[in-house]
Every structure is written in structure tokens, then in C-alpha cells.
Design a protein around this ligand. Sequence first.
Ligand SMILES: Nc1ncnc2c1ncn2[C@@H]1O[C@H](COP(=O)(O)OP(=O)(O)OP(=O)(O)O)[C@@H](O)[C@H]1O
Ligand SMILES: [Mg+2]
Length: 259
Amino acid sequence: MKNETNRVKTGIKGLDEMLGGGPYEGSSLLLKGAPGTGKTTLGLQFIYNGITKFNEGGLIVTFEEFPQKLYRDALSLGWDLKALEDQNKLKVIFTSPEIFLNDLKNGAFITKLVAKMNVRRVLVDTVSYFQGLSKEAFELRKLFTKVIYGLEKENITSIFVEESCDSGLDAVSVTHDFSYVVDIVVSLRFVEVEGSIKKAILVMKTRGSEHDEKIREFTINKRGIDIKNKFESVEGILSGNTRKVISERLENFFVKKLK
Ligand SMILES: Nc1ncnc2c1ncn2[C@@H]1O[C@H](COP(=O)(O)OP(=O)(O)OP(=O)(O)O)[C@@H](O)[C@H]1O
Ligand SMILES: [Mg+2]
């Protein structure tokens, strides 16, 4: 069952701060974002940190067609997934949503992973593939809830990646919106600031906990996600219509005048 006293550290410094110390153990986090915003990178970093910093086994479930891409992308960030699999600290499963759902219904699947590898963290990339399970929105939500419960029962903390496009405050899902079902929603998005594209991260909800309401800038470098401070002097990020805040404009005006 979900443990609302223990927090799990993602090990991504700024993100743990934004989440009031980290997600609760056994909770579910939906990570939304447009293509290339860094969803897989953040998810992999959560799993990799779990294994290397906190001694917690990890499971990666992916429905993508090209499994080798995942290993290659992780390696480019210095994370050797194959080596972790060899050490029995990680399991990577390439499957279909149907099979994964059946695996979870059969509780033995996850219980075995917990017993054998101390799996405490799961990354599912991406839940957008779940849409193939049903055309009925209600039915789809029910199936997704089953997945969440299957993991929550074992007190496993999960990140579900969801493809979405940004539209103001709502990160609108390309396929289906699972935001209502999960405990935490984090949105990644591109923003244009003074002619260049930057990446922004925002915590949209955390059940039963306070969270940072600031929109922070982040970059991806060869060590993964690096979360910076909030966007200084810029507003209108959620609407995609950024502009300098008035105080700064006034400041510029006065400084210029003084010169
Ligand atoms: N090793 C690296 N060094 C620097 N930047 C990197 C590295 N690996 C990835 N990136 C950056 O991360 C971006 C995409 O990351 P990622 O694959 O996590 O995005 P995504 O949101 O999962 O995309 P998609 O929806 O297409 O799966 C790349 O476009 C690149 O800018
Ligand atoms: Mg991805």
C-alpha cells in the first residue's frame, strides 16, 4: 500500500525540492510532455539513481518498437542499462500493453520481481500506447487504474510517461488524459525566451502534499536532467507567450535613462 510518510528520492535535486522532498513511496507520477522535452531521460534518471544511489531495484517497461534505442540513449548519458541487468538490479521489458496488464493482474509477476531484484521503482514509457486497449475513455481509465493499483499494492513508486502537447495550463494529452488517476503530475515543455528555445518543468499536482508552484528551467546535459531556478524576469510561460516582467522592463528603462 501507498506509504504517505516515507518519501522516495528521485535523486534529481531540483525535482525532489519541487515535490516537497520527493514522491511518496508507492505513489504514481505522470510525466507529460511533447516529443523531445526529456521525458525518457528523466524517467531513466529516476530508475538509474534508484539503483546506484539508493540500492533500489528498477523495472523499465517500454512499448517502443526499437529496444536498442533505449540502451543507446541511456548509454549516451553514461547509464549502462545492460550492465545493471547483468547485476540483477534492473529488468527491462519490451512488451505490449495487453501483456503488461495481464502480468500485473497475475500478482506473482511483480511479487517475483520484488523478491528477486528488490524492485522498488518502475518506469513505463509510454502510456500513450494504452489507447490501443480500448476506444472507450472510461474503460481505458479503468484499465490504467488497474496498472496503478498493481504497482501500488507492492509499494512500488512509478513514473508513467505520457505524450502531450502544451496548451496553456493544460498539457493536453495527444491520446488520453490519465492525470486524474495518478498522484503526481509533472509537465515538461518547451518555451521560447528571447528567441531561443528553453525547457521548463512544472509540478501540476501532488496528492496529499505541498509542491513548488514555480515553473523552473532545466537543461539536459551528458549527466542527465539539471533543474535550475525559476525563470527569472519572464512571464507568460504557460501560454507560450513569454515576455519580460514589467519590473524588469522598467528597470531596463531607468538604467538606459541613467546612462
Ligand atoms: N547525452 C545527451 N547529452 C545531451 N543532451 C541529451 C543527451 N541525451 C538526450 N539529450 C537531449 O534530450 C532530448 C530528448 O530527450 P528524451 O529522449 O528524453 O525526450 P522524450 O521527451 O522522451 O522524447 P520522445 O517523446 O521523442 O520520446 C534530446 O533532444 C537532446 O536534446
Ligand atoms: Mg521518450
